[in-house]
Design a protein around this ligand. Sequence first.
Ligand SMILES: NC(=O)c1ccc[n+]([C@@H]2O[C@H](COP(=O)([O-])OP(=O)(O)OC[C@H]3O[C@@H](n4cnc5c(N)ncnc54)[C@H](OP(=O)(O)O)[C@@H]3O)[C@@H](O)[C@H]2O)c1
Length: 336
Amino acid sequence: MSHSTHEPAPQSKAATNTAQEPEIEYDQEKIDQAGREAEKQEDFFDDHEFNKDLSDQVGVADRRHTLHDGNTIPPIGLGTARMDNGVAEGVVYEALTAGFRLIDTAANYQNESGVGRALKDSLLPREDLFVTTKLPGRDHGTDSVRRSLEGSLQRLQLEKVDLYLIHWPNPQRGLYVESFRTMLELREEGLIGSVGVSNFTPEMVDELIAKVGEAPAVNQVELQPQFQQEALRAHHHGHRVLVEAWAPLGHDSKVINHEWIQEIAADQGRTPAQVILRWHIQNGVVPIPKTSKPGRMAENLDVFGWELSAEQMHRIKLLHTGLSASGLDPWEHEEL
Ligand SMILES: NC(=O)c1ccc[n+]([C@@H]2O[C@H](COP(=O)([O-])OP(=O)(O)OC[C@H]3O[C@@H](n4cnc5c(N)ncnc54)[C@H](OP(=O)(O)O)[C@@H]3O)[C@@H](O)[C@H]2O)c1
């Protein structure tokens, strides 16, 4: 069990045994097996509602998915983990200038003040911005949720956060159901736009639906070509829970360098990062790549107006190995 107060830096499971960043090993048998299983499934994601409103003809700032609660969310966002307030202020300002409208932070990133200053300095209308922050593990429970949210809002200089997520379920503490219920009450008071979760399993989402009577609007989970979360996506599609991908580029797992990704990028005249981000978008998933480089911000946003072919999508599907790059198991991991 790991304890942390910051976003844990994802590490390969294999990295726990070696000092070096490990090369990902491609187990051909596993890849073929994943491909056979994928073939058997219906294609859940071809005609789902989340992509319907997305037109490739409009500017990125105008594109939005509609959530089950009626609110709308941009189709791509900027991640801000592991940036301090000073860095986050500059990076978020650059990202808003580049065209990002969804900014993903968390109380545990300890950068909400910097994010808030950048939002203010951007002079963008509030309704154009979509700000996500997250409830830390130490603040689960009816009494603490309100205090925690008020602290986040104060640091962000906002009256309402567009999406508030339970950062990790911390199942050993057993407080996520009551935390979720309290968050829905705070939504009724106007302090939250949409209520969601992060790192929840389908079983945990089912428990929320059974006990509280409403599904989270969003579940933000680790998701990238080698860890595709097919079963979770199928489950969430059925309940209209939008899936957001954290570490959408695989963090530093090197999937971005995989020869198939490189080949598809060359065939498309795009970069490997764009191929992976476009794969998320065609799956109806909202990726939140982190970059602090303005050039890469423009690159990461330039994933509309062109398409991966069905064959290219299928090829990426076959990259699934089932190995999480972070090695963090929602049933085990306890976040403070
Ligand atoms: N809910 C959770 O529990 C949880 C957990 C982890 C992360 N997150 C969220 O997810 C966000 C993203 O995850 P992440 O930062 O771990 O991984 P990521 O977005 O998959 O990868 C980030 C890495 O990719 C590089 N990169 C970005 N754009 C690139 C491009 N176009 N070409 C090549 N490299 C590129 C970045 O480097 P440069 O910065 O140098 O460009 C950085 O090293 C976080 O910031 C956070 O907001 C949430």
